[in-house]
Design a protein around this ligand. Structure first.
Ligand code: NDP
Length: 453
């Protein structure tokens, strides 16, 4: 690591204590872009990286609401408006008890580069709350969303900041948030993406992140003249991204064999079929149940509860060729990465954001497997959000095929940009370096054009 990058990282840690995930995300990008600084010292002179790591604005607010028993509850709401060099801030809202400022800053930081890779005009942001939707009634979720939006509305807008969903925020939550925004502002605008189809949503938006991660894996495999057909795939999570990852894998003839939630995972050696996936979608999206129930329904599958004491996650310890982490950050630790490699996995396409710890990333890159980091592989979600914004501006809707074709083209172009940039900087096949540098250059050049702001 260069002295410059080492000093920069020391300063980030000192200025942002107790934000381990943010440090991790910044370190990965800074290590990649030192290759740029060696060739182009002018980027250092404008302190562009120092500016990129400082959010343009952080909004932190109280979200009080009343539960079904009549008790008052208090949560925290956040919006990180990280970078607007390329367009309005854009990025999801996460509702999960683990949400902190540091988690959202890491996500907002990643989002800046990811959005740049999509080729669409979107800046980067992220937000959310430590509210836990699990076990809450629909009425409680609605009251919480209304309270959150009663503050958030003054900071967002179709040309300012356009939130979407993330963990714990799906169609139901986006609906309640949109309804409250519209009521307060008396405006029907494209202020959120992931909306319902009847009121401004885009076809393929729910599917986009999972489909995109699979398209990205297919592009990586194509560089070795291979396809996904017949490949056994490990998938984690069982929410939005995991479900549509499985759906696209099945369409392309692959065989997904695992799914999980925070309580444990299921392994189905015969494969999760379309019929079984329909069961999971009903279980998770309608009945809001636990993945354990899959093993009660389908007897050939086994369920293993999560074990916080274990040094590895057994989900990653099955024979397979491909892995699609689609749950949460740092879900693949160093031992998990070794297990994956040992079991024959040579394609990892990250549906989740930063799901692999740095040790695991190094192992994948050193081994030369096809490793697509989240900011490239899961960019399909925000890309179709960008397409939703475009359709809202035109007051027009594209067909399913039109949106899916555009998504496929965008994933193909992100793949090309990563490969081409890695090549240009002498790091052939390294998608991490390719994604980080390509995203950085687009944002940095735009910031330089716009002056010191
Ligand atoms: P969902 O809320 O729909 O699903 C999340 C899944 O991950 C659930 O199965 C959940 O289990 C599990 N999970 C969440 N937190 C943890 C945890 N701490 N430990 C173990 N399991 C956990 O979210 P999404 O599918 O939308 O998001 C999944 C990942 O994809 C996230 O990293 C998100 O940032 C990323 N992503 C999402 C995009 C989108 O368009 N939705 C776009 C790009 C990236 P449980 O229900 O038990 O908590």
């Amino acid at each position: 690591m260069s002295d410059y990058v080492a000093q920069l990282l020391a300063s980030v840690k000192a200025k942002n204590p107790a934000e381990a995930e943010f440090h991790q995300a910044v370190t990965e990008v800074a290590e990649s872009v030192q290759l740029v600084f060696e060739r182009h010292p002018e980027y250092r002179a404008t302190k562009v990286l120092e500016r990129i790591i400082e959010p343009e604005r952080v909004i932190l607010f109280r979200v009080p609401w009343v539960d079904d028993r009549g008790d008052v509850q208090v949560n925290r709401g956040f919006r990180i408006e990280m970078n607007s060099a390329l367009g309005p801030y854009k990025g999801g809202l996460r509702f999960h008890p683990s949400v902190t400022l540091g988690i959202l800053k890491f996500l907002a930081f990643e989002q800046v580069f990811k959005n740049a890779l999509t080729t669409l005009p979107m800046g980067g942001g992220k937000g959310g709350s430590d509210f836990d939707p699990k076990g809450k009634s629909d009425a409680e979720v609605m009251r919480f969303c209304q309270s959150l939006m009663t503050e958030l509305y003054r900071h967002i807008g179709p040309n300012t900041d356009v939130p979407a969903g993330d963990i714990g925020v799906g169609g139901r939550e986006v609906g309640y948030l949109f309804g409250q925004y519209k009521r307060i502002r008396n405006e029907f605008t494209g202020v959120l993406t992931g909306k319902g189809l009847n009121w401004g949503g885009s076809l393929i938006r729910p599917e986009a992140t999972g489909y995109g991660a699979v398209y990205f894996a297919a592009e990586m495999l194509a560089t070795r003249s291979e396809t996904l057909e017949g490949k056994t795939c490990l998938v984690s999570g069982s929410g939005n991204v995991a479900q549509y990852t499985c759906q696209k894998l099945l369409e392309l003839g692959a065989k997904p064999v695992t799914l999980s939630d925070s309580a444990g995972y299921i392994y189905d050696p015969e494969g999760i079929t379309q019929k079984k996936l329909a069961y999971v979608m009903d279980l998770k999206n309608v009945r809001r149940g636990r993945i354990r129930e899959y093993a009660d329904e389908f007897k050939n599958a086994t369920y293993a509860p999560a074990d916080a004491e274990s040094e590895h996650n057994r989900l990653w310890n099955h024979k397979a060729q491909c892995a699609f982490p689609a749950a949460t950050q740092n879900e693949i630790n160093g031992q998990d990465a070794r297990d994956l490699l040992q079991n024959g996995v040579y394609v990892v396409s990250e549906g989740a954001n930063m799901p692999t710890v740095p040790e695991g990333v190094d192992l994948f890159v050193d081994r030369g497997i096809l490793y697509g980091p989240g900011k490239a592989a899961n960019a399909g979600g925000v890309a179709v959000s960008g397409l939703e914004m475009a359709q809202n501006s035109m007051r027009y809707s594209w067909t399913r095929k039109e949106v899916d074709d555009r998504l496929r083209l965008i994933m193909k172009s992100i793949h090309e940009i990563c490969v081409g940039t890695a090549d240009r900087f002498g790091m052939k096949g390294n998608y991490v370096v390719g994604a980080n540098i390509a995203g950085f250059l687009k944002v940095a050049d735009s910031m330089i054009d716009q002056g010191i702001v």
